[in-house]
Structure formats: C-alpha cells, structure tokens
Ligand binder design. Structure first.
Ligand SMILES: NC(=O)c1ccc[n+]([C@@H]2O[C@H](COP(=O)([O-])OP(=O)(O)OC[C@H]3O[C@@H](n4cnc5c(N)ncnc54)[C@H](OP(=O)(O)O)[C@@H]3O)[C@@H](O)[C@H]2O)c1
Length: 276
C-alpha cells in the first residue's frame, strides 16, 4: 500500500509510520517541521519511509505532498489523519486564537487533506481514511471542552463521510484512544491555555484537582505502539467497523455512559473532578 501518515515526529504517528513500513508498505511520513525528523530517521533507518514537510494547516504543503505521492506512484491507498493538538482550559478562559488553532489542526486540516485524497481514491475505486480521533470525541470532560469539541466535529464529519464514500469502495474509520503516553500527554505537546496556567485563574482549584487525577491516570497510561498496531490491523481489515475505542479508560467511560442515565454520569464526573 501507498500510505500517507500525518504528524510523524512523535507518538502514534511515528510508531504507525515505522510499523506500516515494517509490514512492507510504502510510507510518506508528514512532519509539521521537516527539521525535526531526527527521531523518525533513526526509527525508520532502512525502511521505505519518506519524510515529507506537511503542516496540515498549510494548503500549499498539502498540495505539494499529494503531487509528490501521485507523481511517484500514481495512487494513494491510505491516509492516516493522525496530526493533532490538545488544549486544556475551561470555556471561560481559553482565548479565541487558542480555540481556532485546535480546530485548524484537528478539524480543518483533516477535512482539507481528506478532501484532496478523495478524488484519487474515488477514481481508484478503493482507499482507506483512518481518522485518529479520541475517547474525547465521544465523551467530553471538564477542562477539555475545546479538544473534545474538535474531536466531536471530526467524529460527526467522518461518520457522514463513511456513508458518502463507502459505496465508492472507500473505507473510513475512527480510532478513539483514551490516554496514552506521548508528547501530547506527558511531553512538550501537553498544552494548557495561557489563562488557565495563571495562579489567579478562577478555575485554579479545578485545574489542581484535574492535575492530581491526571497524575494518577498517567501511571497506567497505554503505550503508543499499541495504537500504531491497531491502526496497522485496521488498515489490513477488509471491512473494518467505523469506531475503534482503545484502552481501558476509553472503554470503561464508554460503557459507563452507555449504562448510566446522564444525570448519574454527571454526578460521577463532578465527584471526580470538582474541587472538594
Ligand atoms: N496521547 C493520547 O493520549 C491521545 C489520546 C487520544 C487521541 N490522541 C490523538 O492522537 C493523535 C496523535 O497524538 P499523540 O498522542 O501521538 O501526540 P504527539 O506525540 O504530540 O503527536 C502529535 C503530532 O502531531 C503533529 N502536529 C501538530 N500540529 C501539526 C500540524 N499543524 N501539522 C502537522 N503535524 C502536526 C506534532 O508535531 P510537532 O510536535 O512537531 O508539533 C506531533 O508529531 C492526535 O490527533 C491526538 O489528538 C492522543
């Protein structure tokens, strides 16, 4: 398969690019900034991985990468929309620029790149689009509303897309991990809204409680290789289902929200997250 994976400097993207190449696929690995390719180069030594400059919010870069892939192979079999950013902060304190940034990457970038591959896959009569969503695309928790909003949008758009292009032979799937150990959760891409980081934030006590809860969760976080393995398996499946929740935390939350009336779920979330 000829596969384009976005956001390959670190985390799920890096591991997915490596695993796909080890399985014998030809991988184009998008990097927001090509000069950060050292870890990818190390991990992919000897494998059929081509690092490409691809900030998913940049229309020229999106076009350039597609032209490169089509110029070299005349086809693209799979797109893994993995690049993403997170943002912590309550509704009242996130700035417009911060909200727009999250939606530019997690929604508009994904929409635009996907739109670019669709005519090619439609002409081929085959293709697979894997959207790396999140458990936060199904269940929204306090302090993560903007991130959840972007992933809810991705879920809705992708569900509709699946109906639209399934009859054309194109698969659309959503991967929904809970917390995994990557740069987004425990590294430099863990992002808090500027106002939320201030000690005089009206939600400072909420953030402190959330941090304590997060520290406990961090100890049992999954490893990014597991998500990469799942993506590779999904791509190898002929008729994969739409949604693929991943990890204990995501599955427990989904089960709880399926089982409990919302009023009870709300009390549970409040008990776990509101300042005591
Ligand atoms: N880790 C989790 O617990 C978790 C759970 C559920 C869902 N997810 C989702 O999984 C995906 C991958 O995240 P991760 O956990 O692997 O975190 P990560 O290690 O921070 O990886 C995110 C990648 O996206 C890249 N990126 C950010 N903005 C970009 C842009 N404009 N254009 C191209 N690439 C861009 C980052 O590059 P730079 O570092 O160079 O900016 C980075 O390589 C995201 O969509 C995230 O929402 C993560």
């Amino acid at each position: 398969m000829i596969v384009l994976v976005t956001g390959c400097r670190s985390g799920f993207g890096l591991h997915t690019a490596v695993l796909l190449a080890r399985e014998g696929h030809v991988v184009y690995a998008g990097l927001r900034d090509l000069s950060t390719r050292a870890e990818l180069d190390r991990a992919c030594a000897g494998l059929a991985v081509t690092p490409v400059q691809l900030d998913v919010t940049d229309p020229e870069q999106r076009l350039g990468v597609m032209q490169q892939i089509l110029g070299q192979h005349g086809r693209i079999d799979a797109l893994v929309n993995n690049a993403g950013v997170a943002l912590g902060g309550f509704w009242e304190e996130v700035s417009e620029a911060e909200v727009r940034r999250v939606f530019e990457v997690n929604v508009f970038g994904v929409w635009a790149l996907t739109q670019q591959v669709l005519p090619v896959m439609r002409a081929q009569g085959s293709g697979h689009i894997v959207q790396v969503s999140s458990a936060s695309g199904r269940i929204a928790l306090p302090g993560l509303g903007v991130y959840a909003g972007s992933k809810f949008a991705l879920e809705g758009m992708s569900e509709a897309l699946r109906h639209e292009v399934g009859p054309l032979g194109i698969q659309v799937t959503l991967v929904e991990p809970g917390p995994y150990r990557t740069d987004m959760t425990t590294g430099p891409n863990r992002t808090l809204a500027a106002a939320a980081a201030r000690p005089d934030s009206p939600y400072a006590a909420n953030h402190a409680r959330a941090e304590a809860l997060f520290d406990r969760i961090s100890r049992s976080m999954g490893e990014p290789q597991d998500v990469a393995h799942r993506i590779v398996r999904i791509l190898a499946t002929r008729h994969p289902r739409l949604r693929h929740p991943m990890g204990l935390s995501a599955n427990v939350r989904l089960f709880a929200t399926w089982l409990l009336p919302f009023a009870l779920w709300e009390r549970l979330v409040r008990a776990l997250t509101a300042p005591r």
